[in-house]
Design a protein around this ligand. Structure first.
Ligand code: A3P
Length: 320
């Protein structure tokens, strides 16, 4: 009701005052909330999502860190999960951006709306939705139900360079550009939306180790190296393995091709369209290379990052 919303608004304003606040290198505010730096823009929607979302056992949630391959994973999962809902030539991926087809809770569905109409938000069943929240902060119903989670990580140096380019593109004109040095320093201190990165990655990785049927953990570089075997794994995980017939007819290769960087980047919708958040779809497609960091990071930056990686992953059993 209206009254409930007003009182939640007041409660939220009080709550926010208690959280540490910093400016990100992109110029927006970040609040330290539940152990991560939450972009001010979405703090309220994150809390609404945590409070109100009811997961169904059939839900599939794409839960990723930014710039680790979310767009690709959305395209792959959408095309695999719903492949029997449309004919080959009519994959909605050809007319809609991956971020329109797989909507995100905090930047889209729950933004300015504590009770979004999720029935109409997801065009197909089972529901396929997404988030950038760390595992520990997921709504309890996601953790406690039998819904499936898919996560992807990426080499931190490539992820950082990708993020740096992305924030430069989105920077408001009036704000001065930030040097790579300055951004790198903040990166090493974990200060950027949903950071620290390492906690995020380890959170999903550990959860996937404990519950591999619930959480599929992927690596960007591994997908690049062999997309077909990962697509088969993904389909199996989703409970819709490719049939022998499908494999013979090249269904796996076709999805891989449709979702490839070169294909998606050249689609009219991704060249011209805007996401509901105002971000042009084209900003989600840059180079898609493994190791592009080597064109940007100085030897001393690399050394600092390598030390950081070692320190953060120490004894975890995880490697990038
Ligand atoms: P680069 O900036 O290194 O090019 P996210 O989707 O999580 O925002 O990540 C964006 C990164 O994934 C960008 O990396 C982007 O180019 C890359 N990317 C986008 N679509 C892709 C695809 N279909 N295949 C592989 N990489 C893709």
């Amino acid at each position: 009701s209206h009254d409930a919303e007003v009182s939640w608004d007041d409660e939220f304003q009080q709550l926010v005052k208690t959280f540490p606040k910093v400016k990100s290198w992109a110029g927006n505010n970040l609040y330290f909330y539940q152990g991560f730096w939450c972009p001010a823009l979405v703090l309220k929607s994150v809390i609404s999502f945590q409070k109100h979302f009811q997961a169904l056992d059939s839900d599939v949630i794409i839960a990723t860190f930014t710039k680790c391959g979310t767009t690709w994973l959305k395209a792959l999962t959408f095309s695999t999960l719903y492949r029997n809902n449309f004919t080959k030539d009519e994959n909605p991926l050809f007319s809609f951006g991956p971020h329109e087809l797989v909507r995100i809770f905090e930047y889209d569905l729950y933004l300015n709306n504590p009770f979004p109409d999720l029935e109409n938000a997801s065009l197909y069943q089972p529901r396929l939705l997404s988030t950038h929240l760390p595992y520990a902060s997921l709504p309890t119903s996601i953790k406690d139900s039998n819904c499936r989670i898919i996560s992807i990580c990426r080499n931190p140096m490539d992820m950082f360079i990708s993020l740096w380019h992305f924030t430069e593109k989105l920077r408001e004109d009036k704000l001065e550009s930030v040097s790579l040095d300055e951004a790198f320093d903040k990166f090493c201190n974990g200060i950027y939306g949903f950071g620290p990165f390492f906690d995020h990655v380890l959170g999903y990785w550990k959860a996937s180790q404990e519950n591999p049927n619930k959480i599929l953990f992927l690596k960007y570089e591994a997908l690049k190296a062999d997309i077909n075997s990962h697509l088969k794994k993904l389909a199996m995980f989703l409970g819709v393995p490719f049939t022998e017939d499908e494999e013979k007819q090249g269904a796996v290769e076709e999805i891989a091709r449709n979702c490839s960087f070169d294909n998606l980047k050249e689609l009219e919708v991704n060249k011209k369209g805007l996401h509901s958040s105002g971000i042009p779809h084209t900003d989600f497609f840059r180079k898609a290379k493994v190791g592009d960091w080597s064109n940007y990071l100085t030897p001393s930056m690399v050394e600092r990052m390598e030390k950081l990686i070692q320190e953060k992953l120490d004894n975890s059993g995880f490697t990038f």
